[in-house]
Design a protein around this ligand. Sequence first.
Ligand code: PEP
Length: 249
Amino acid sequence: MARKFFVGGNFKMNGTLSSIKEIVDNLNKSELDSNRDIAEVVISPPSLYLLPTREHLRKEIEVAAQNVFDKPNGAFTGEISVSQLKDSNITWTILGHSERRTILGESDEVVSTKTKYATDNGLGVIWCCGESLEEREAGNTISVITKQLDSLKSKNPDWAKIVIAYEPIWAIGTGKVATTQQAQDVHKAIRDWLKGVSDKVSDETRVLYGGSVNESNCGELSKQPDIDGFLVGGASLKPAFVKIINCHQ
Ligand code: PEP
């Protein structure tokens, strides 16, 4: 089955009202593959800017939070709920980004629980996984990712609502992109692992690559059979993001 190309833009904790308006204006006026139904595009500004982004952005591009909590409402200072996002037409969230895992201490269990809650309640999840440089050099890349995936599977989430982003930590924000072969090898391993959920989930789940993707390297990466799109950090803040959206042949 053909998997629709997917490009996510993760703004992280960057931007101001005016700089995000510029990004939105640029996306609104550009010729995009999202408009031709070739690519699905989701951008993820900081939570403060979710609403103005949703309000001004062209409708076929969706908006994602960078995190969500696993309770419906209540005394959880600093958190945002799935229902609040949906109430604001925010239809996706990123979960398990390595910056949340490493800097904010989110465990596999926390990420998996949130993913289960979000997908069960109708939110799309860009679920991130990836290994550190030490783990790669020790030959543990696949076992690290398998452990993250096993934790997710144990919660029995709604796989139809999940897009997986493979993001080697050593490639995020460093300018060091994985080679096309390194990326394809891990994506293939993820695709094979997904067969253990079901053949349908393996065929249909998009697996994105993330880590220093830019307008020069996206073309080659996108030709790999198991790379179904990108999660883009730094380059999503620049006009060249349009070229990444449109890079799929
Ligand atoms: C990211 O933060 O998800 C990411 C991939 O960042 P960058 O593209 O800047 O490496």
